[in-house]
Design a protein around this ligand. Structure first.
Ligand code: 2P0
Length: 330
């Protein structure tokens, strides 16, 4: 019944095989698939209430009025939910990010995943995971993956309308997933991003001489990552993870003008990860649209990796995350 508030919780995710580039900006269709780990430590809780008394959508983010840009993006997205539900009613949205203050992570993945469940239920719809993933993708590509917990595969989809560009959970051995750890090393004290990822990936696709080569390596990386997960082989998964991140950043760095997210401490953290591996510790780095370094490792090595990251000059905070659940009512 419309008018009743609904609250949902979703976790952020970190891609092991990265999403960087679109084939259609209007439908927000990715150029290729991606693969991620949903993380328990980073959650967004969102409440949506459709209210006939409202003349326009209203939104708070972490307790303060959302910016005009965020509100406009959310209203455009909510129009799709209204269309599905056959209503025109405006909504009140309250969204709170429960991220460790220092994690320095973008919240659009957990944000649009939580919004997808909260808004559709508040509008009286009861969608399955595929439909929620499709809706979340329209808000943010990485949000399609946060509908599911654990290891998740995003599909580029073949259909022109993008109906099949959705995420699906990867069937992995529960013990393998439970043993995974992601150590998040914050670089630069959580300062705002230098380049928003949406504009940066478009700029990279338009100007980087390495963009085509980056897209060309994705199918092989996805196959290798899925084979490693099926075999329970963390070393192989780690190697693909680090390789995918470095290839994405190579393409971004080669953009003209450059999209360079790394700071000196980013390189120092990468060197520390290599040194850990040299000592026999299973640790593999990944980086997103920012200077932070996230390290994939196993539970038994988590403390050693966290300590090594904390000792890197310029690393301002370290958080340890485990695999988290998919979107759920809160
Ligand atoms: C990822 N990133 O796979 C990659 C790696 C950033 C670097 O997905 O334009 O905010 O909203 O679809 O999902 C961030 O991009 O982009 C992202 P849009 P999104 O996690």
């Amino acid at each position: 019944m419309i008018g009743r508030p609904f609250t949902a919780r979703a976790c952020a995710n970190i891609a092991l095989v990265k999403y960087w580039g679109k084939r259609d900006g209007v439908r927000n269709l990715p150029a290729a698939g991606s693969l991620s780990l949903t993380l328990d430590a980073l959650t967004t809780v969102t409440t949506v209430r459709f209210d006939p008394a409202l003349a326009a959508d209203a939104m708070t983010l972490d307790g303060a009025a959302a910016s005009a840009k965020v509100l406009a993006r959310t209203t455009t997205w909510l129009d799709r939910v209204r269309e599905l539900a056959g209503v025109t009613t405006r909504a009140a949205i309250d969204s709170v990010n429960h991220f460790p203050t220092a994690s320095g992570l973008a919240s659009s993945a957990s944000g649009f995943a939580a919004l997808a469940l909260a808004a559709t239920r508040a509008a009286g719809l009861d969608l399955d995971g595929a439909a929620l993933s499709r809706l979340a993708r329209l808000g943010s590509g990485s949000a399609a993956r946060s509908i599911y917990g654990g290891l998740v595969r995003m599909h580029a989809g073949a259909r022109v309308d993008g109906d099949d560009a959705i995420a699906t959970p990867i069937a992995a051995a529960p013990a393998f997933v439970a043993d995974l750890r992601m150590i998040i090393a914050e670089v630069g004290g959580g300062a705002p991003k230098t380049h928003g990822s949406r504009d940066a990936m478009d700029h990279c696709a338009a100007t980087s001489p390495l963009y085509a080569a980056w897209v060309a390596c994705l199918d092989g990386d996805l196959r290798a990552a899925e084979a490693a997960i099926a075999a329970g082989d963390l070393e192989a998964l780690g190697a693909v993870t680090e390789g995918s991140a470095l290839a994405m950043h190579a393409a971004a760095i080669a953009s003209r003008p450059t999209v360079l997210y790394w700071q000196p401490a980013t390189l120092a953290a990468l060197a520390a990860v290599r040194e850990l591996r040299g000592r026999g510790v299973g640790a593999w780095a990944t980086m997103d649209a920012g200077p932070h370094v996230k390290v994939l490792t196993r539970a038994g090595d988590g403390a050693a990796v966290a300590a090594a990251m904390a000792a890197v000059p310029g690393v301002t905070a370290v958080t340890t995350a485990t695999a988290g659940p998919g979107v759920e009512p809160a």
